[in-house]
Write a new protein. Structure first.
Length: 67
């Protein structure tokens, strides 16, 4: 854990934004080239993705704006 905590100290908000964008771009890339992933995304109810987004976003939003 010490290795990662030393490296994380050098990351600022712009780096975090770039990491998020790179993950989103890679996800779109995988969905585009892998037909099975595309079929799964289309078969899942859209509201499940919204619920997952809210669950994943609660802690960062709380820590950023309310703490």
């Amino acid at each position: 854990m010490g290795f990662f905590s030393d490296k994380v100290k050098n990351i600022d908000a712009f780096d975090v934004a770039l990491i998020k964008l790179s993950v989103a771009a890679f996800t779109l890339f995988v969905i585009t080239i892998w037909q099975g992933a595309m079929d799964w995304v289309h078969s899942v109810n859209t509201w499940y993705f919204l619920v997952a987004f809210v669950i994943f976003a609660i802690r960062p939003v709380y820590r950023s704006y309310f703490k």
